[in-house]
Design a protein around this ligand. Sequence first.
Ligand SMILES: Cc1cc2nc3c(=O)[nH]c(=O)nc-3n(C[C@H](O)[C@H](O)[C@H](O)COP(=O)(O)OP(=O)(O)OC[C@H]3O[C@@H](n4cnc5c(N)ncnc54)[C@H](O)[C@@H]3O)c2cc1C
Length: 477
Amino acid sequence: MSQQFDVVVIGGGPGGYVAAIRAAQLGFSTACVDAFKNPEGKASLGGTCLNVGCIPSKALLQSSENFHAVQHDFAKHGISVAGAKMDVGQMIARKTEIINKNAAGIGFLFKKNKVANIHGLAAFKGRQGDKWLIEVTDGGKVVDTLEAAQVIVATGSSPRQLPGLATDNHLVLDNEGALALSAVPKRLGVIGAGVIGLEMGSVWKRLGAEVTILEAAPTFLAAADQQIAKEAFKTLTKDTGLDIKLGVKIGEIKAGKKAVTVNYELNGEAVKADFDKLIVSIGRVPNTRGLGAEAVGLQLDERGFVAVDEHCRTNLPGVWAIGDVVRGPMLAHKASEEGVAVAERIAGQQPHVDFGVIPWVIYTSPEIAWVGKTEEQLKAEGVEYKKGTSGFGANGRALGLGQAQGMVKILADAKTDRILGLHMIGPMVSELVSEGVVSMEFKAASEDLARIIHAHPSLSEVIHEAALAADKRALHG
Ligand SMILES: Cc1cc2nc3c(=O)[nH]c(=O)nc-3n(C[C@H](O)[C@H](O)[C@H](O)COP(=O)(O)OP(=O)(O)OC[C@H]3O[C@@H](n4cnc5c(N)ncnc54)[C@H](O)[C@@H]3O)c2cc1C
């Protein structure tokens, strides 16, 4: 006998679990099926983001920043710490504790909202009347059969593999392995200078590894505003000490017993480099294997993502898809917002996700964050704009924190003054970027930000100053 639901969500990551909670809140009987197992072989909700992505990476970033601060910054405050040591095992245990706490929290929220929490791999099996049949297996055995008129596919993504190089998470690591090392490698290679490569590289560099990042693209952080990207390149190479090589052509990679040899070409020269560990972070691919897409004719696009319209509708009636498995930025908050919007759409509401105001954050030190268009995009689109910039260098709060580094740049329409983009590199800009998101959602002008009172001393004063600068009336510039 199959279990009947109004809505079945496949995937319990930030897209799926949020969609399931919202659907249940709206009065639908809802099940969420998730296949993730933690290293102990136990079901763990939260998907990539919680288990092997956003949350563990931020936990390790913080640990490594603390270690760095003890060694390099505390003395300036008059605090001397002799013999500071890093216990990697304890750092990883702390990370695991955070994951387990949050995963249990999602289980609690499911209970509270009466979402049926089903562990296993879900696959479309066919259609009966207006219901979709979904089979759930665990370890190859069928553990459940579900029926629902509405199905939300939120199966997420997996690391893209380098052709011919197997990830063993011992020598050749993906995000999962990079977040679970038991010791600091002496020589760490990273292929790919994207968000994951930079964050993971920063962690292990601060803990003592020599880190070389090999990037195929000639431009650093091509999606970011290039003024910010240049500033980031400078600080990450000089201050953090990451050796970032751009325009690299990767050749043969050989994994031996104790080291990995990477052959690559840089500026026409052949280079051979040995690493004790190699992280491969060259992007992610959508998870559609085992989903039974072909069994029911669920359409994928040319890149293998589930094809959806702007409302996350697939080609099948009552089947929706959200998050990393569909087009758009692979970001947890984008997945969650799509999840909420789909649940509300199933309930007949008219929600809207504005792709133009999704914040992006890279949690390096200093952090990088932005929302809206970059200067390069505005130029390419022929939009007339004005800009204002201001630095953290003289900001009292940043100086107190010992992180007086970076800048804020605001871009506004030359005629209407409407804010088109806010770009920053500096302390805690992951938090500051929300001011840009709110402003842009409310269609604010740069003058609005310039006239809003910002607390003193606070990091947000740099946004205020940048907004004043856009109107050529900076007070401290
Ligand atoms: C190292 C790293 C750091 C990151 N940091 C950030 C960050 O700081 N901020 C940010 O916004 N994003 C970050 N991301 C990206 C973020 O993790 C993803 O965008 C987000 O997890 C996508 O959510 P999702 O719900 O679409 O998919 P996922 O989180 O991937 O969840 C999908 C779930 O579905 C399960 N599943 C797959 N197929 C099936 C099936 N057939 N049946 C049942 N279950 C199935 C999977 O096991 C998984 O549990 C990071 C990613 C990585 C790897």
